[in-house]
Structure formats: structure tokens, C-alpha cells
Design a binder for this molecule. Structure first.
Ligand SMILES: [Zn+2]
Length: 162
């Protein structure tokens, strides 16, 4: 399996788990070259193709890179490590592959990313939410920020506005 980080094709499987009644196998792999870990999903019996249904009903093939790109943008200049971004994408995929096998709505993916991101970095969460939810006006954004602050303990509140 080609390593997503260094593109070398030399890895070992360190953990395998099946989900979706055994139809999907999740493999945690480690690259021999750069030693980084990544996750692959393999569907038994057919090549794995999940369609994403967008708001305008347009269907596009699922692409993990789009989730990663969205996360990287949201985490720009934050302290979120590249590994954490991969982990968030892993969790989103795990939830998604468990529940859907043909089509998944872009809304499900967006909400799932936000759910994961919120526990990791509040600023990144707000950034992602503001793009994803397409806040109509400043009031919507302020309301969301207020909500995050209400749920954040005092020590973290300062960090939010630094
Ligand atoms: Zn590698």
C-alpha cells in the first residue's frame, strides 16, 4: 500500500478490524520508510466506492483528501499536528463507513468533522463551521462562538482569543 506521506510502497499491517458486519476491513499500517502510520479501508468483494451527495444533489466520488484539505485550512497556524488531522479523518471515515455503503450526504461528513474538531481545537472548529455552515450573517457566527465559549472551561477561554 502506498504511504500517503512519503509515497513509498513498503509497509506492515499493525492492526486489522472489520466493521459493517465484516464487509469493511480497516487496517492500521505503518510505513517502513518514514515510520508514519496510516489507515486503509478495504471492502470485501467489490472495490470500495462511496458517493457523496452534495446540497444541490450532485453526486461526486468520496475523496478523503477533501476532508484533509478542509481540516488543514481550519487548522492553519494552530497547534494541531498532522497526525491529529489524519486521526480526525480516520474517525470520520470509521463512522461513515459503518453507516453508509453507497451514498453519504456531504452534510453528514461536515457535521462529523465538526464534532471531532470541536474536541481538538476550538478556533479550528469555528473556522471550519463558518465555512461549512456558511453563516448568513455575523449574528449566526457570534452565536456559535458564544456556544463554544459556554462549553469551554475558563482556562481555555483565554486561548480562544489569542
Ligand atoms: Zn512513508
Amino acid at each position: 500500500m502506498r504511504c500517503p506521506f512519503c509515497k513509498e510502497d513498503n509497509d506492515k499491517v499493525i492492526d486489522s478490524r472489520s466493521s459493517d458486519a465484516g464487509r469493511v476491513i480497516r487496517r492500521r499500517r505503518q510505513c517502513f520508510c518514514c515510520e508514519r502510520r496510516f489507515t486503509t479501508y478495504e471492502k470485501i468483494g467489490e472495490s470500495f466506492k462511496l458517493c457523496v451527495v452534495k446540497k444541490d444533489n450532485l453526486r461526486v466520488p468520496y475523496d478523503r483528501d477533501k476532508i484533509i484539505a478542509g481540516l488543514q485550512k481550519a487548522c492553519y497556524k494552530r497547534t494541531v499536528a498532522a497526525e491529529q488531522i489524519q486521526q480526525i479523518a480516520d474517525k470520520v471515515e470509521e463512522e461513515m463507513f459503518k453507516r453508509f455503503d453507497k451514498e453519504v450526504s456531504s452534510a453528514f461528513i461536515g457535521e462529523s468533522v465538526m464534532k471531532q474538531l470541536r474536541g481538538v481545537d476550538n478556533v479550528a472548529y469555528i473556522r471550519f463551521a463558518s465555512v461549512y455552515r456558511d453563516f448568513k450573517d455575523a449574528d449566526d457566527l457570534i452565536e456559535e462562538v458564544r456556544q463554544v465559549i459556554a462549553d469551554t472551561d475558563h482556562a481555555d477561554q483565554k486561548k480562544l482569543f489569542q
